[in-house]
Design a protein around this ligand. Sequence first.
Ligand SMILES: [Zn+2]
Length: 127
Amino acid sequence: MITEELLINRAAFEEKVRKLIGRPILLIELDMFALPCGCAGITANTRGLEVDDIEVFEPQMLPFLKEMAANLGVKSTVTFARIVPGSSIVASLNWRTLCTRCYPEFARSEGKTPRPDLYILQFERKK
Ligand SMILES: [Zn+2]
């Protein structure tokens, strides 16, 4: 059952991030989504996670992020943190298999923070 997988992965990911960062980070909701455009993926809504944490611990977090995608069978084209604009609060972590319409928008953007609400953790360029 996919719901059981979600529960297991939610708890495991939360535990790993807590241990890594050393604060009570909460993964308040782990969702799988599909959008009308054709994008699909996973969203992990977070509480207590800050942009600084990601900047400092990004190398250690990347394997966790990869593992989550693999465990739930999501081929993530882009993995990013959604930031509450004008703050240092990370609202969610997102894994997205981009559709052909949304891909160019991400491919065009440069750097870690192409928009004030985005922090790119991984992007897989099409060859
Ligand atoms: Zn799309």
